[in-house]
Design a protein around this ligand. Sequence first.
Ligand code: NDP
Ligand code: HEM
Length: 504
Amino acid sequence: MADKPTLTSSSGKPYPTNETSQTAGPRGPLMMQDHYLMEKLAHQNRERIPERVVHAKGWGLQGAFTVTHDITQYTCADLFSEVGKQTEVLSRWSTVAGERGAADAERDVRGFSLKFYTEDGNWDMVGNNTPIFFVRDAFKFPDFIRTQKRHPKTNMRSPEAMFDFWAAQPESVHQVTILMSDRGIPRSPAHMNGYGSHTFSMWNKDGVRHWVKFHFKTQQGNEWYSDDKAAEIIGQTRESYQEELWNMVQDGKYPKWKLFIQVMTEEQAMETEFNPFDLTKVWPHGDYPLIEVGELVMDTIPENYFQLVENAAFNPNNVVPGIGFSPDKMLQARVMSYADAHRYRIGTHYEALPANAPKKAKVNHYHKDGAMRFFTNDFGNPNAYYEPNQYDGPVADPRAEEPPLKIDPDAVVARFEQEESEIDYVQPRALYAEVFNDEERDRLHKNMAGGMAPVSDSVKERWLAVLKKVHPDYEAGVRKALETGDHGDPSLPVTDNTPLQAAE
Ligand code: NDP
Ligand code: HEM
């Protein structure tokens, strides 16, 4: 008894018991004054916070990033300032559509979030395991996500909605091809690549800007599950990713990635045939080779999942001097959207929680008060609570300003719809015809057919017409698998098998 700590209430009062309610006699009712019991029940009622509106199911580790190659010609970012420099990192990988209790081995895109705790504040790389995305205008994002979530009446996932939407956005065929390829069900987060996906910028100490893409390449190899294997695994465990990461770290087989960048000059960006700020396009490696930067090693299981992974607030607007945004309008919308999501999901001072608070930079701002303001920010002088002031309060740092961005002098403000064109089919065609081998194409046909099997004929034909524009063999392969039934069960999770009424 003597060597155990005393159990207390949250205000520090010793608890008389943690098992027995106070009642009026052994058979009598509860006493209202048993606030110990009230506190315990009330806390239980507040144990959950809203799950993320997307990417609700996730897995996280802690580790570090080490620079192995000099890229100071491209960036003055402190974390890349010298070879050998190490920065602490928190990761969170996720599936997009499933809820918090979803099975891990479902076919879906995976989120790939990294928070680098740098000396200039946190840099968040909030990417995916795919180098591109389904849509290129943020206006379409909420509708896209709605098609991935549950149908309002059936309360089931709806392939009809998914393919109906994709068929109307042919630019999505590049990402859907990756989703339905082998990489659509990675074996675990350790067995997939991470991509910043968007074009970002870097600027060096002379203020010269380059456009960049980030690639984190798995050192474990890209491994994946077939639909049948995934179904078998889900039958045994819904937590296969958490188990695999846990076992890897416990066994000392720490997951590793190499970071590469691709670089494009501002002048090159004006001349590319494709729009380098279009999130449905990659930059071909042949034209923009990968440049090695460093190594990420994730070697620690967070002590408390809720505190460090569920409470983690990754935010594309967390950039550091030397790294910036680009004109990609999806990225620009994300820069506005995430902090709003965090304020709703976690609360006003979400950045002060242990997962999100900078570890290497001191936080100095003039934001005041609000719920949960449990930290001090009076800079040692309570008079410095507004700006400008003569009391040595913090002042802005021009280093953080991006170099001026040249824009087309003839540009006008309008809504520029990027209409479907042949350019949208060039890269998925290269993936289909040149990157995949015969076996990979065959599995793609069957995975796609499995996913499409339950949808209405009109949606099937509209999507097959999109595939035909990518490559006639693509359409023919999927059609054949559909007609012969030579495919697995619908490969997307929890489906409604009755097609919804298509509009006449
Ligand atoms: P490369 O031959 O240099 O690159 C092909 C890329 O395809 C490799 O990065 C490879 O990744 C990746 N890949 C292989 N299998 C799959 C799969 N099942 N799903 C997704 N990616 C896969 O040619 P290009 O750079 O000219 O690109 C050709 C096409 O490859 C592109 O149109 C695009 O569809 C796809 N791709 C291109 C990427 C890029 O950044 N350029 C990145 C990923 C895909 P790895 O090396 O890791 O095995
Ligand atoms: C999570 C919005 C596109 C990757 C989220 C969240 C929102 C959101 C609101 C939940 C945040 C939270 O509650 O913590 C959007 C919008 C997009 C968009 C509006 C388009 C305009 C993308 C793209 C990528 C991406 C293109 C990848 C390249 C992620 C990841 C998470 C996430 C990885 C989970 C972060 C974590 O692990 O906590 N997104 N998103 N999103 N998004 Fe996006």
